[in-house]
Every structure is written in C-alpha cells, then in structure tokens.
Design a protein around this ligand. Structure first.
Ligand code: TRH
Length: 380
C-alpha cells in the first residue's frame, strides 16, 4: 500500500446502548492509526463501554491506547482543543457547539476540515444513492459528507483490516479455545451465541438438546444468557457449563474485540447481532444468523430482508427459503425448531454461500481505505 500522508482525525462517538457504537468507532480508530498511520483522537462519552471490549483502556479522561488517543467526551467540552483535519461524527451524533465554532474558524482561515458523518450499516438500495452526498451547514457554510457503509462497490464498504483474512486462515483453533478455557466436545458443532434477549431461544435450545449432531454452544455473559437461563429455568454464570441431551453449553467471559473475532473464526456457526459482530461474522466466512437491532415500526425487518435479498441473490441458493425462515423467526421470536433442522441438513451449501459472500465482499475497497481516499481528495 502506498504511504499515505498523515492527517489528524477526531472521531466522535456517543454510546446509545450496548457495544456497537463504540465497537465500530474503536475498530475504525485502531485501523486508521495502526494501518494507515493517521493521528487519531477518539472522543467517547462512555469510556466504560470501551473498557468492556478493550480491557486495557482505563476509566480516565485522557489516555493513549492501541495507538489511539482516547478522550472522555464529557458534557463540558474543553475550549482549548485544536480541530483535526478530518472530523468524523459516528452515527450522526452532534459534535460539540464550541468545536463546530473552531471548525468554522478553520474554514474562514482557508483550511476547512473534512467533515464526515459515518452512518449506520444497511443493505437497502437507497444507500448507494445517498453515499457520498453532501450538505452545507447553514450557520457556518461548512460542507458535510454522508458516508454510508455497505455491501456493494457503490457504498462506503465495510471495516476490514489488511491482514484480517490471513489472520483468520492462520488461527490456531485448539490454542485459542484453550486460552478462553473451552474444551470442545468431540465431533460437536461449535456455535457462538451473541444476541439480544430472545424468547425464540427456548425452541432453539430444545432443537439442540435433541440434535442428531452434538452441539457445543459458547454463550457470553449478557442479554442472551438471561434468555437462556429463563428458558432452561437455571441461572448459569460466567465460567459455568451445562449439559443435557446433545447440547453442551459453556458460558464464556466477554472477550476483547480481538478475541471475539477469533471466536467467530473457530466456530462452525455464529449467531451475531447489531452491526459490528454482524460484519465480523461475514469476514469469518462461516454460516451465521443475525439478530438485527430492533427498531420502531418494524423498520429493522425491512433491513433484514434487504440483506437477505443481497446475500441470497448471488447464486442458486437451495437453502434460501430455509435461511429466510430461520432468520425471520429468530427475529420475530417464533419457534425455530424446524428451521434449524432444515438449516443443519443444508449446512454444506450454506457454508459454500457464506464463503463466497466473504470473497465477494473482500474484492471491494474497505471502509477505512475509502475514508482515507475521501480525506485526501482535494476540496471541491
Ligand atoms: O452491542 P450491539 O447490539 O451494538 C449495537 C448498539 O445497540 C447500537 O446502538 C446499534 O445501533 C447497533 O448495535 C446497530 O452489537 P454489535 O454492533 O455487534 O456490537 C458488539 C460489539 O461487542 C462488537 O464490537 C463486538 C464486541 N464484543 C466483544 O468485544 N467481546 C465479546 O465477547 C462480544 C460478545 C462482543
């Protein structure tokens, strides 16, 4: 990769809930700093959510971590902050008024920052039309670019580090599982289970208990564990194991973001949610089931279908109906026992399709590279 001029970047991240907002911003910050040698400052309003996915971070106002300057974004924004050359609003969060004033001052001085709104991920068609659109801020005249991640070359792409696929292919499964304290049951299908609370888990667990193939499920501490406990009438905690019929459950600790990726690489099937884990499951290249972030008025179901349409349109997927049913029923809290049984019968074509989908995505420019290109493009 040709050397890129180093620019200063400010990334602003408001944590709405869970770990996806910080998950995406943190990956991006690390990649810009470490792979593209950019000078990156990440402003996050909830440092504890960062610590959850990156325990080396500390609950302090200012620190350097993994090559990134991390600042706590408090209500009172410091006045003495120099505006970066590139400013990213994570998921349409509003940057502080005083910072915006400084940006306007930079514009008046003849060097306005590149101002980018990094949007949420969606496979809907309109994303291609809106990606790269700009608007002029009425009060300051600053130009803002709307950057949409996505699954086609007409979008901003997906976060993908340069060595991601090589690291994935070289992972030492036995060693990694040992490191996280898991001993895989022999001949079992290894499944990672990350999802929101979901009553449909009762039917899935029942299918797994009665499965012809042994199922070894890794479930992290969190929302879906609550549903698992409710469904089974138990109270499993981190580090505990549970076994019934052909199901072996391991409650594993919440992993670092790097370890979490590895867990997806070594599992045979991954249940994921939200945005960031959903993308990482696609890079794992293994069959996955998506619990999409629920939105008002069922907007998320439109997004779910948009993704399924793209994913399933690529070739003659004999498992298309089966996958649609499984994903829909999982997201609509319905019984998934029969869907699961069919999906297992079609595991081989499912594996082929996820592998090919990953290759298709990997041929596209990645999100950080596209941001770099945007940041270095001469101003219009
Ligand atoms: O946590 P999520 O549900 O996050 C979000 C937020 O809810 C957000 O508001 C919403 O807009 C968005 O979804 C769509 O799911 P996500 O995006 O997968 O983020 C989880 C992060 O946690 C991801 O970076 C992976 C990381 N993670 C770990 O680091 N260790 C773990 O053990 C696990 C299970 C996840």
């Amino acid at each position: 990769m040709p050397a890129t001029e180093t620019k200063s970047w400010d990334i602003f991240c408001r944590v709405i809930d869970n770990y996806g907002d910080i998950g995406v911003c943190w990956r991006l910050a690390r990649q810009l700093a470490n792979e593209h040698h950019q000078q990156v400052r990440l402003w996050v309003d909830d440092v504890n959510s960062l610590i959850r996915i990156w325990p080396a971070a500390q609950d302090i106002e200012q620190q350097f971590c993994a090559g990134v300057e991390v600042r706590h974004w408090a209500d009172e924004f410091p006045t003495s902050i120099h505006v970066a050359q590139v400013v990213i609003e994570g998921f349409a969060c509003d940057i502080p008024a005083s910072y915006l004033q400084e940006m306007a001052a930079q514009k008046r001085a003849g060097h306005p920052p590149v101002w980018i709104n990094l949007e949420y991920l969606s496979a809907e068609k309109w994303v291609e039309d809106c990606h790269g659109m700009t608007s002029i801020h009425p009060a300051t005249g600053l130009r803002k670019v709307f950057f949409f991640p996505g699954f086609t070359p007409e979008t901003g792409g997906l976060l993908r580090e340069q060595d991601l696929l090589t690291n994935r292919d070289n992972v030492d499964k036995r060693l990694f599982l040992e490191q996280i304290g898991v001993q895989q049951k022999s001949d079992s299908l290894l499944i990672s289970l990350f999802a929101y609370e979901n009553p449909a888990i009762a039917s899935l667990l029942s299918a797994w208990i009665n499965s012809p193939t042994p199922i070894h499920c890794l479930v992290p501490h969190g929302k879906i564990l609550t549903s698992v406990n409710q469904a089974l009438g138990i109270s499993l905690q981190t580090g505990k194991q549970w076994h019934q019929g052909n199901l072996f459950l391991d409650v594993i600790p919440f992993l670092t973001q790097v370890e979490y990726d590895r867990s997806l690489w070594v599992c045979d099937i991954n249940f994921v949610r939200g945005e960031d884990s959903f993308v990482r499951a696609q890079w794992a290249g293994k069959p996955f089931v998506w619990h999409i972030y629920p939105q008002d008025e069922q907007a998320h179901i439109v997004k779910l279908d948009a993704f399924l349409d793209s994913f399933l349109a690529r070739d003659n997927n004999i498992f298309a109906d089966c996958l649609r049913n499984l994903w829909h029923h999982w997201n609509e809290f319905e019984d998934v026992k029969d869907d699961w049984a069919k999906a297992l019968e079609l595991l081989q074509p499912w594996q082929v399709a996820t592998g090919e989908w990953c290759e298709y995505l990997a041929r596209q420019a990645d999100l950080a590279a596209q941001l770099i290109a945007l940041a270095h493009r001469p101003a219009p």
